[in-house]
Write a protein that binds this ligand. Structure first.
Ligand code: ADP
Length: 395
């Protein structure tokens, strides 16, 4: 039997252990509460966001689909989460073709891909199609992806408005063209009459001015018409082989004498720079850069043709008014005009936008560098045509 002293020691030890347990359980409860509080705050934040958010585990099972996501996708959260399978969504590319599971945003994010504002369409259970801008990323646990996070916005209404605007523009441009060609024809014939019949000199001069202004309106209307179609269609599969040195030389050749005298072209490609292109559209893109350089500068203009890592680069450099740095990232946007552009009464701010769409449809991109008051360099960067391998020798 234990002595009273041993018993009292045992009781003291038990009391100590009990206290420790109590303290630990209070601490555990506190940390559980604060974790719960953190989770609740995060949930509230995710729920309050106007963008749709989908979070999936490595198997593609949806763990989170916030309220905005449910509204955009037309699903009740529970119905999707109970089947727990993101592949139930009918996700399509912009061309309307249903995507294979591996090409869907969640699966791509799970592979560790990061993407920003890519366009997809989704066909909802109620049959309605929504156009989405989707960004995706992943969260990793060591070197394993543990969660895919996909954020999306519904841009269906915005795209519909853009389509209506394009249609409206095409309609107005088309209607303006008819009477405009009459004005052009009549002013040209008035000019001829003035010369032939020896009318007062200022009659011919005014007829020329009417014709010039009508041509200016015609160029603007052409810009408006082309914005609707300039970027459509990937031309790399339809294009023909175009030698860029000839294309540039041809564009320079077509300039009026005074303008041509200001332009110097240097072909710095060692071998021919050939791209797959629609020459008419590419010519238009280059023409826009050239006419801007002529419009916004008075000094000589240099065009240079180069190669850079599998791409051909056409640079157009002027030493004119230049562009301030804040405007640089936006000059290729639709309807964007800088202060000097507005003062000099250029066009609608569509020339560079059309140029960018054309170049992107050719699988390339545009670049600009400029210093206010010193001049600008605009570049068209186009993928070089991959050389065709000669057929294997016949045995
Ligand atoms: P626009 O037809 O109105 O000239 P663009 O799309 O061709 O429209 O050009 C957009 C804007 O970029 C213009 O308003 C002009 O201010 C500026 N810009 C374009 N090219 C040049 C240049 N070479 N030098 C200075 N500013 C330029």
């Amino acid at each position: 039997m234990a002595s009273p002293r041993t018993l009292s020691l045992l009781v003291r030890d038990l009391q100590g252990a009990n206290e420790q347990l109590l303290i630990r359980s209070v601490l555990d409860q506190e940390s559980a509460e604060s974790a719960e509080e953190g989770r609740a705050q995060l949930n509230a934040l995710v729920e309050a966001m106007s963008e749709g958010i989908a979070i999936a585990d490595p198997s593609g099972r949806l763990l989170v689909l916030n309220r905005a996501a449910c509204a955009i996708l037309g699903v009740a959260e529970w119905s999707l989460l109970s089947t727990a399978d993101s592949s139930l969504l009918d996700v399509r590319g912009v061309n309307g073709v249903r995507l294979a599971s591996s090409e869907r945003p969640i699966m791509r994010a799970l592979r560790g891909e990061k993407f920003v504002d890519e366009e997809f369409t989704v066909v909802r259970g109620d049959g309605r199609t929504r156009e989405l801008l989707v960004s995706g990323t992943s969260i990793s646990d060591g070197d394993r992806v543990s969660l895919a996070v996909v954020v999306f916005r519904d841009v269906t209404d915005m795209r519909e408005l853009e389509r209506q605007r394009d249609e409206y523009l095409a309609l107005i441009s088309h209607d303006i063209r008819g009477p405009l060609s009459s004005i052009l024809l009549l002013s040209e014939s008035l000019k001829d009459m003035a010369a032939r019949d020896g009318l007062r000199a200022d009659v011919g001069d005014r007829a020329s001015r009417i014709a010039r202004n009508a041509q200016k309106i015609n160029a603007m209307v052409t810009d408006l018409l082309e914005t609707a179609g300039a970027g459509r269609g990937d031309v790399t599969s339809l294009g023909v082989s175009v030698d860029l040195a000839s294309l540039v030389a041809g564009a320079v050749d077509l300039l009026a004498d005074v303008a041509r005298g200001r332009v110097h072209f240097e072909d710095a490609c060692e071998a021919a720079c050939v791209v797959l292109a629609e020459p008419g559209r590419l010519d238009r893109a280059l023409g826009n850069l050239l006419s801007n350089a002529l419009k916004y500068s008075r000094d000589p203009i240099e065009i240079r043709l180069d190669r850079r890592d599998g791409f051909a680069v056409i640079s157009v450099t002027d030493h004119g008014v230049g562009i301030q740095s804040e405007d640089l990232s936006r000059v290729f946007d639709r309807y964007y005009r800088t202060e000097s552009g507005l003062q000099m009464g250029g066009g609608f701010g569509l020339g560079l936008y059309i140029t960018r769409l054309i170049v992107e449809a050719h699988g390339g991109h545009t670049e600009v560098e400029s210093t206010l008051g010193e001049g600008s360099t605009f570049r068209l960067v186009l993928p070089l045509k991959v050389a065709q391998l000669p057929p294997p020798p016949s045995r």
